[in-house]
Write a protein that binds this ligand. Structure first.
Ligand SMILES: Cc1ncc(COP(=O)(O)O)c(C=O)c1O
Length: 419
């Protein structure tokens, strides 16, 4: 037995929603997942009992500081790093802008940065704007046939002047999981820093920054059952070597040197609780799924939870893709079978504009996304920018085979309508 989906589903109050008399189907996970009750409760508990700024001697401030310390410890287990290598921020896009601005302070004209064609703009725009300062920014090609990164192109674009390689571990638009370890190895061969976007990866793979060898890696808790908070792993010596943008009284050591202003404390409490939810899934609802043996109890439980969710989603995604592929006029976009991929499925259907398809599915209670999902360059390379991008379905652990089959009925009907 694998993931106990019923036990997972009961924890998500949002799943009670109905549209036109039928239960809503949440296939919008890559844009943000729903929240278990315990995460909602944790934020309420913070706001009622622990709501204060940092560093005061009174009860609420002491409780607040304990919450922050605990949240760092929780995310240290999540990333497999030390607690002072965890920094919180508004969201991943802001994390990347702040990192890029800090790194750029020590770059010279003619220094080089590599981004990729498969990335979300969150890990492209913060770097491409540095061209204004004479930094040479190049983008690694993606193969439009396979929706995979061309690592030969990456290797060919590395030079002694490459200072940063920015890439995503998984594509939010088409689900492709890139070979992060290979990218880090290549970047290191020229001494470049690595900045990895794990925003889409986080829901689908166990993050292990030691194993990957990355210098910086960020994710957003709202993509894995938490609130809207960004979380950064920053290798201590790399962060402390940067001149981060900070106010005068701010500390100059990790992670304080990255965290400007008052943080979203209630959000951080909720984000840590989302990780505790993953650990709880690993402890109690993962069936016989085998987890790793390394790490402390919570890290092993988190890993087991994530693995169990993935073992549930992958066969569902495979069934979904196989059935979609049989629909005349439907074209799937994503890596070939056998290439690592999340349970995110993107396609075009006949003459349907993705927005119209998304709208019609929404009216039937099926929540999907249409467009570029800020992976603007990828959608351009795929030749879909002018015509509306893609229709994207993302599976989460609370999705079921019945939901997939109900969606297939609707998509087949819409295909017949356009034929
Ligand atoms: C792969 C990827 N990177 C970055 C982001 C941006 O994250 P945030 O909204 O936290 O800035 C997203 C959001 O959709 C994403 O999917």
């Amino acid at each position: 037995m694998s993931l106990n989906v019923a036990a997972v589903r009961t924890q998500f109050p949002a799943l009670d929603l109905t549209v036109a008399g039928r239960p809503a189907i949440f296939f919008d996970g890559p844009g943000g997942t729903q929240m278990p009750q315990r995460v909602i409760d944790r934020m309420v508990r913070y706001l009622v009992h622990e709501n204060a700024n940092t560093g005061g001697p009174f009860a609420t401030s002491v409780a607040n500081d304990a919450m922050l310390a605990n949240a760092r410890a929780v995310f240290a287990d999540y990333f497999n790093c030390a607690a002072d290598e965890v920094a919180f921020c508004h969201n991943s896009t802001t994390i990347c802008f702040k990192l890029a601005q800090a790194i750029a302070r020590d770059l010279q004209r003619g220094d080089e940065i590599l981004v990729t064609d498969i990335d979300h703009e969150a890990n492209r725009s913060p770097w491409t704007v540095l061209a204004d300062r004479g930094i040479v920014v190049q983008s690694v090609r993606v193969n439009p046939q396979t929706c995979t990164l061309d690592l030969d192109d990456l290797a060919g674009k590395l030079t002694k002047r490459t200072k940063v390689v920015a890439f995503n571990a998984a594509s939010n638009a088409v689900g492709t999981i890139s070979d992060a370890k290979a990218i880090v190895r290549l970047a290191r061969s020229v001494g470049a820093l690595t900045v990895a976007d794990a925003v889409h990866y986080a829901l689908h793979r166990v993050i292990d920054v030691q194993d990957l060898g990355v210098d910086f890696m960020f994710c957003s808790a709202y993509k894995f059952f938490g609130p809207h908070v960004g979380v950064l792993y920053a290798r201590r010596e790399r962060l402390e070597a940067l001149r981060t943008l900070k106010v005068v009284p701010q500390k100059d050591y990790a992670p304080d040197m990255f965290e400007t202003g008052t943080l979203n404390h209630e959000g951080i409490a909720g984000a840590a609780e989302a990780v505790e939810f993953l650990a709880d899934v690993g402890r109690h609802h993962a069936g016989s799924v085998a987890g790793p043996e390394a790490g402390n109890e919570r890290r092993r439980a988190i890993a087991r939870g994530v693995l169990a969710m993935e073992e549930h989603e992958q066969p569902l995604a495979q069934h979904f893709r196989e059935q979609l592929a049989r629909i005349p006029g439907l074209r799937l976009y994503g890596p070939p079978a056998g290439h690592p991929c999340t349970s995110t499925i993107s396609f075009r259907l006949g003459s349907w504009h993705p927005d119209a398809l998304c709208q019609r599915l929404a009216e039937r209670g099926i929540f999907t996304w249409a467009g570029s999902f800020y992976a603007v360059r990828l959608v351009e390379v795929l030749g879909l920018r002018e015509s509306g991008g893609l229709l994207r379905i993302g599976l989460a652990p609370y999705n079921t085979r019945d939901e997939v089959d109900r969606a297939l009925v609707e998509i087949r009907a819409l295909a017949a309508e356009s034929a």
